[in-house]
Ligand binder design. Structure first.
Ligand SMILES: Cc1cc2nc3c(=O)[nH]c(=O)nc-3n(C[C@H](O)[C@H](O)[C@H](O)COP(=O)(O)O)c2cc1C
Length: 397
């Protein structure tokens, strides 16, 4: 069984890491504790050694590690890295890729899911720099056990209190459970809008932010899949380890998708491909006086329909953004395009769908089974969608 690496940093809530260690052990996992030097000044590593039954690692340059290059050897055996509690400092180092001690070096070497449980004074947590670091790590695929509000050790009230140890353990175990469920599968995800040029300056596009597709890619990676992410222009960090193919127009997206399609087991078409392109794009900027009164457009290729017709065992997922008759329109699309699942959402609401962080959807499969979801973050929704997709994979096998 894979080991859990428990990173412990120098927050005053460090004593709660003992409970997290016990929780992982109770679930049957071997835990290797990695402490920062500062953490080892707050609590003796001896406490964690005696609880874990293993020597705690603090130093990067130590000649008593049982492995030749310890951070790399341990990384190979690790199924989950949980950092509890995580200081503002370690979060900043992870976000920047600074590797100046064992734990931060290990973070770069480990390929397992990573769970971070921050704990700090409210001002430190809400500092724009810390918030930006959290956002970036989250976008790259790191999971966070959100700190709660409450009475902090510094005497302040506010956000920054370490999440409850039982919750951290449950989140860690859930990550471990999901981490191998798509191992050996190749997932192709499309995300974001496309841009159809009128000339080198102007283009036709849509409001897709790419968030849903990026979350689908991130969750597939967390479950152990190989992920190819074909993305239109968006302002997001791609998840670490995704093979990213950047495209601009519908025609470029079509070419990239058709190239990757034969090797894919599951294809998630979350991109909002522009429906129309200009009939006569110009290679040079069209001067204002030369602009015609109206511009002719032509339909772009229907990539999803093309894939539905060519399917050879792939599970094909489409997305439907509708403003009316959501269920009927989505059902018709599943059938017309030979999909295995459609994720339908109502884009007439401002709080979900395009550009929003949240979404609420109907998941409709080829047999017409409808699973409505609650309103939730796109990250949570990606888990729900992958759970349904895994059921489809099980039914097929
Ligand atoms: C008693 C004490 C408590 C601290 N508690 C926290 C904390 O809860 N969160 C935090 O981010 N930093 C806290 N700090 C500051 C960190 O220890 C400091 O930023 C340190 O450089 C972090 O080192 P490390 O991330 O390598 O463990 C505390 C410092 C002291 C002396």
């Amino acid at each position: 069984m894979a080991k859990i690496a428990l990173g412990v940093t120098s927050s005053v809530s460090i004593y709660k890491a003992c409970e997290v260690l016990r929780g992982f052990q109770k679930a049957g996992y071997e835990v290797q504790v990695l402490m920062t030097r500062n953490a080892a000044r707050l609590i003796s590593p001896l406490l964690f050694s005696s609880l874990s039954g293993r020597k705690v690692i603090v130093e990067l340059f130590a000649d008593d590690h049982p492995w030749s290059v310890a951070h790399v050897a341990l990384a190979r055996e690790t199924g989950l890295l949980a950092v509890v509690p995580a200081t503002a400092n370690i979060i900043a180092k992870f976000a920047r890729g600074i590797a100046d001690d064992f734990l931060s070096t290990f973070y770069l070497a480990v390929e397992s899911p990573v769970l971070i449980a921050p704990a700090m004074n409210a001002a430190m947590f809400l500092h724009p720099r810390t918030q930006a670091n959290v956002r970036e790590l989250r976008a790259r695929g790191v999971e966070f056990a959100e700190p709660g509000r409450g009475y902090l050790a510094c005497g302040d009230e506010g956000v920054g209190r370490l999440a409850e140890p039982e919750e951290i353990v449950a989140r860690g175990l859930d990550l471990l459970r999901r981490s191998g469920s798509l191992r050996g599968r190749t997932v192709l995800v499309t995300a974001g809008p496309t841009r159809e040029s009128l000339d080198p300056v102007r283009f036709l596009s849509n409001r897709s932010s790419g968030k849903m597709g990026y979350e689908m890619a991130r969750e597939a990676l967390a479950r152990g899949a190989r992920v190819v992410l074909v993305t239109g222009p968006v302002a997001l960090f791609p998840p670490a380890k995704a093979e990213v193919v950047r495209v601009e127009s519908a025609a470029e997206m079509e070419a990239a998708v058709l190239r990757e399609f034969p090797r894919a087991d599951i294809v998630v078409m979350a991109a909002a491909v522009a429906d129309f392109a200009f009939a006569a794009p110009s290679g040079r900027k069209i001067k204002k006086p030369g602009l015609p009164e109206s511009l002719a457009v032509v339909p772009t290729p229907d990539i999803l329909k093309m894939l539905g017709a060519r399917k050879a065992g792939q599970v094909l997922v489409g997305f439907a953004a509708e403003t009316e008759d959501l269920r009927e329109n989505a059902l018709a699309k599943v059938r017309a395009k030979n999909l295995d699942l459609i994720v339908a959402n109502d884009v007439s609401r401002g709080d979900i769908g395009f550009e929003a962080d949240d979404n609420q959807a109907l998941l409709i499969d080829a047999a017409g089974r409808v699973t409505p979801t609650a309103k939730m973050s796109k990250r949570e929704l990606s888990r729900e969608i992958w759970n349904v997709l895994e059921e489809i994979l099980v039914r097929r096998s």
